[in-house]
Structures are given as structure tokens and as C-alpha cells.
Design a protein around this ligand. Structure first.
Ligand SMILES: [Zn+2]
Length: 498
């Protein structure tokens, strides 16, 4: 008999308010778990206080060790300090403790209330505690023993920050000083569940990074992708390695190569690498170096530095730094140390999306905002981000045209709409001012948000069966389908419109 059936059987045999309690413990609807109030209102409007009394009696009724399968469940959970949703499900099935579809939160509530000695808390994949009963259960969760949860969370946060300057960081840097092997196991389990975590084994060394976090290697890769269509694999590895060399733990070219082969940011065919990552426009001195190098083709460093100095105000130090640290530059060292020659790595994109001063200013502002507050996804931070994006589109403008219908409106009739749903955006996409376009509140914003209207190949398109809509929506859609979007709203990654 499974846990669910056993409790049901015991409760209906001996507890008067059994139905209400089964409801409260999630036997009817499990996510989110019902509160005392909601339980009361479901069962003849009894007060919260009365439900609490009933629950106290119920807890005494089911208390350890009355329900055999809860005892066994508690014992099973205690055999491991951390469980993923998948692990626990498998273990329950294997030990014939299947809970008949009862959600983990119901089980935890029963175990804790009935004092079945369960010292575990539910967390999401970032080791945030699952916030009370009012949330919907995350798709992937972790059940973590309270004895290790604090340390695991602290080390997880460290691991997300560590690769910053070195691009790829040694895992030993995170695991250093951990005596309890269950903490390492817990971390490895959490990392393995994260699709943005990549680790690279190289002999004794094991290096890692998170592809969705800002770190030097990803930043370099994005700058290369902004100006180069495709590159030679070995040259790219060498250039990336050179660009990271200033950091103390910089990876070697082989380790970078191993990472690239595992990365979803590039596609490698034979010797050729193509980029699947959103480019980050070059700016400042790097931009000046790139422009000069593309017009020169191949150059020695004195010639290149001389040229850059001629048409900009950058100092030798700044130019030298750009030459050393830019992965889009390939340094040919085959003719000896005194005769290094510089060229752009791979096939140059002829008209790369070179950003305007205004773009750069807002991009910097958004990145600064992120550095202050993105880890705590607080409401205030999101408001500031939205304000900056609105200003990017509308500041100093008396009017603007809706990107979809093309009609001119006052700024207050337009929204700064995310081309890609904000919640799906990576951090670097959220800080790209090109992520937004102006949409009018008179239909386009709504139709785009509902995905009734899409932008495909720069043209407004409707991909759904309009018979599922009504005459109102259909009329709006007829007006806009087939309209070509103004070039300026197509800047940024074409993936934003996927
Ligand atoms: Zn419009």
C-alpha cells in the first residue's frame, strides 16, 4: 500500500474531519499547498482557528510512528544528504514507497508535522529556499539536509563568481577546505542539473564556468562573435588564451579548446568555428584598433599603434593593452619574436554592428545596474532597468513610431517592449539596449506579447490560426501583417525574435 492510500485508509477509519485534513495536506490539489484559511472556506466556512485545532488533533492522530510508510519514507530520505527531484522519485519507485502522486511538499508537511524526524528543506536549483506554501513548486527542486544546506549554498554562490577574470576557474578553488564529502557531492549534483555549467577535465586539473554568467572568456567570445563570421579553431583557442593571460589562473589553449567543444556558444566543423553566441559590440580603444586593423589587413605592432594613434586620442598604454587583451586579434608569431604580425582572427563581418555613443552609454548604465542588483532580483532593480530602457528609446523625443504598426505616437502611448521575453533573457541580453523596441498600447504591444503577431525576417507575421481569435483581434492583425520593420529595430541579435 502506498503512502497516500495508507493515510487515506487510516484517516477515514478513525478521524472525523478526515476530508478537510486530506485537503489541507494536498491530497486534492497539491500546488500550491492549501492554507488554513483556504481549507476552512472549502469546508463550510469554518474559521482558521478551528482548522488549526483540527489540524493539531490530526497531527496527534498521525504522529510518529503510526503511519508505517511515513516512517519508511523518513528513513529513506535520511540515507542521503541531498536529493534531486529525479533521484527521489526513482528511489521511491525502487523501494515501493511510491506516493501515488502526492507532491513533495505534502510529504514534507506530513513528515514535519507528524515528527517523523525529517531534517530537510526544499530548495530550488539556486539553493534558494522554496518560499513557503504559496509558490508553485519549481520544475526542478532539491531536498537538502539542513545540516549542510548553508555551506552548500555559500559554496554554490562562490562557484558562480569565481570564473570571473580567469574565464575558466579550477574547481579545486571552490572545494578547497571542504572536509565533508557530502558537500562536494551536493555541489556536483547541483552543477550537473544546471544547463549553463560546463566543466573541463585536463589531467589532474578540472576547470569550469557558467555560460550564463559574466566572465572574461565569455566576454571575449562575444566580442569575437561581433566582428568575425567564422574562425580557425586553433587560432581562436590561441587568441582567447592570449586575451586571458593576465589573470593568475588563466587556462591554457588546450583547456579552452576542450571547453569550446562542449560549449553551446559555438559550432565546430573540422577546423572551422562558427558563433552561436550574441555578439557584444566593440567599444573604445578596441573599436579603434579593429577599424585600423581591418583596413591594414596585416600589420606589425609599431605600424598598428602608429595608425591608431593618428586617428584617436588613445595612449600607447591603452593601445598596447587592447592589442594584448583582444581575442579578435590573431598574433602570428611564426617569424620570431621581433617580427610578430597582427591581423583580425578569421572572416571579418564587413559591416559589424558598430554601436552609437548613445547605445554605449545606455549599455554601460544597464551593466552597472546589473552589477549592483541582478543577483537579488528585486522589484526596485527591475524598475530601474525599465526606466533606463524607456529613456534609451524615448528620452528627448516628442514622439516615436510603433515598431510594428509604424504609426506615430506620444512616448506615453508607447511601451519599451522586450523583443525576447525578459524572463528568458540572459544577463548580457538584458543589458543590451537593443533588446527593446517601441510598441503602441493600442494593440501592437498586446498582440506581440500574446505572440499573435511575430517578427520573422524583419516582417510582421502571424503564425497562428486567426479563427481561434475574434473579429477585434483579426482586424488589428490584418492591419499589420506583412509590414516591414524599420531597420533600426532589427539591431542586436536576430535570435531576439525567435
Ligand atoms: Zn502599433
Amino acid at each position: 500500500m502506498n503512502t497516500r492510500d495508507e493515510i487515506r485508509a487510516q484517516v477515514s477509519a478513525g478521524f472525523r474531519w478526515g476530508d478537510a485534513m486530506l485537503y489541507y495536506y494536498g491530497f486534492e490539489s497539491n500546488s500550491p499547498l492549501p492554507t488554513l484559511e483556504r481549507t476552512g472556506s472549502q469546508f463550510g466556512g469554518i474559521t482558521r482557528e478551528r482548522v488549526r485545532q483540527i489540524r493539531d488533533n490530526f497531527i496527534a492522530f498521525i504522529a510518529h510512528p503510526r503511519i508505517r510508510s511515513l516512517t519508511e519514507l523518513g528513513r529513506l530520505i535520511a540515507t542521503k544528504p541531498i536529493w534531486s527531484d529525479w533521484d527521489l522519485q526513482t528511489a521511491l519507485t525502487n523501494s515501493q514507497l511510491d506516493c501515488g502522486g502526492l507532491e513533495i511538499r505534502s510529504l514534507l508537511r506530513l513528515l514535519n508535522d507528524g515528527q517523523y524526524q525529517c531534517n530537510y528543506t526544499l530548495h530550488d536549483g539556486d539553493m534558494e529556499k522554496s518560499r513557503g506554501h504559496n509558490d508553485v513548486l519549481p520544475e526542478h527542486w532539491l531536498l537538502v539536509c539542513n545540516d549542510i544546506a548553508g555551506t552548500v549554498r555559500e559554496k554554490l554562490l562562490l562557484s558562480k563568481k569565481l570564473p570571473a577574470n580567469s574565464g575558466l576557474a579550477p574547481i579545486s578553488g571552490v572545494l578547497h577546505g571542504i572536509a565533508d564529502p557530502s558537500i562536494e557531492n551536493a555541489l556536483r549534483l547541483i552543477w550537473s542539473m544546471d544547463p549553463d555549467f560546463v566543466s573541463v577535465k585536463d589531467g589532474q586539473d578540472e576547470l569550469f564556468l557558467f555560460e550564463n554568467r559574466r566572465n572574461a572568456l565569455i566576454t571575449q567570445l562575444r566580442k569575437v562573435a561581433a566582428v568575425v563570421k567564422r574562425a580557425n579553431f586553433n587560432e581562436l583557442c590561441a587568441s582567447l588564451q592570449r586575451s586571458l593571460v593576465e589573470s593568475q589562473f588563466g587556462p591554457n589553449a588546450t583547456q579552452i579548446g576542450t571547453y569550446l567543444r562542449k560549449s553551446k556558444n559555438v559550432r565546430i566543423e573540422g577546423e572551422e568555428v562558427r558563433f552561436e553566441i550574441v555578439g557584444e559590440p566593440l567599444r573604445g580603444c578596441e573599436l579603434a584598433v579593429f577599424k585600423n586593423l581591418t583596413s591594414l589587413g596585416v600589420a606589425s605592432s609599431p605600424v598598428l599603434i602608429g595608425n591608431v594613434r593618428k586617428d584617436s586620442s588613445y595612449t600607447d598604454i591603452a593601445i598596447n593593452k587592447a592589442l594584448r587583451n583582444s581575442a579578435f586579434i590573431f598574433v602570428d608569431e611564426s617569424n620570431g619574436r621581433r617580427h610578430h604580425s597582427f591581423r583580425v582572427l578569421g572572416d571579418v563581418i564587413l559591416e559589424p554592428d558598430l554601436p552609437s555613443v548613445r547605445y554605449l552609454e545606455f549599455s554601460r548604465r544597464l551593466v552597472e545596474l546589473t552589477e549592483d542588483g541582478s543577483d537579488v532580483e528585486c522589484e526596485g532593480f527591475r524598475r530601474q532597468e525599465q526606466t533606463a530602457l524607456r529613456e534609451y528609446l524615448f528620452a528627448d523625443r516628442g514622439s516615436e513610431c510603433c515598431a510594428i504598426c509604424g504609426v506615430e505616437y506620444l512616448p506615453k502611448s508607447l511601451v519599451a517592449a522586450h523583443k525576447k521575453k525578459r524572463s528568458d533573457c540572459k544577463e548580457y541580453e538584458r543589458t543590451d539596449p537593443y533588446i527593446v523596441m517601441p510598441l503602441c498600447k493600442f494593440g501592437c504591444d498586446h498582440l506581440y506579447e500574446e505572440r499573435h503577431a511575430r517578427i520573422v525576417g524583419g516582417v510582421v507575421t502571424c503564425l497562428i490560426d486567426t479563427n481561434t481569435l475574434q473579429v477585434g483581434e483579426r482586424d488589428h492583425i490584418k492591419e499589420i501583417v506583412g509590414r516591414k520593420i524599420d531597420e533600426k529595430w532589427l539591431r542586436g541579435s536576430s535570435h531576439y525574435f525567435d
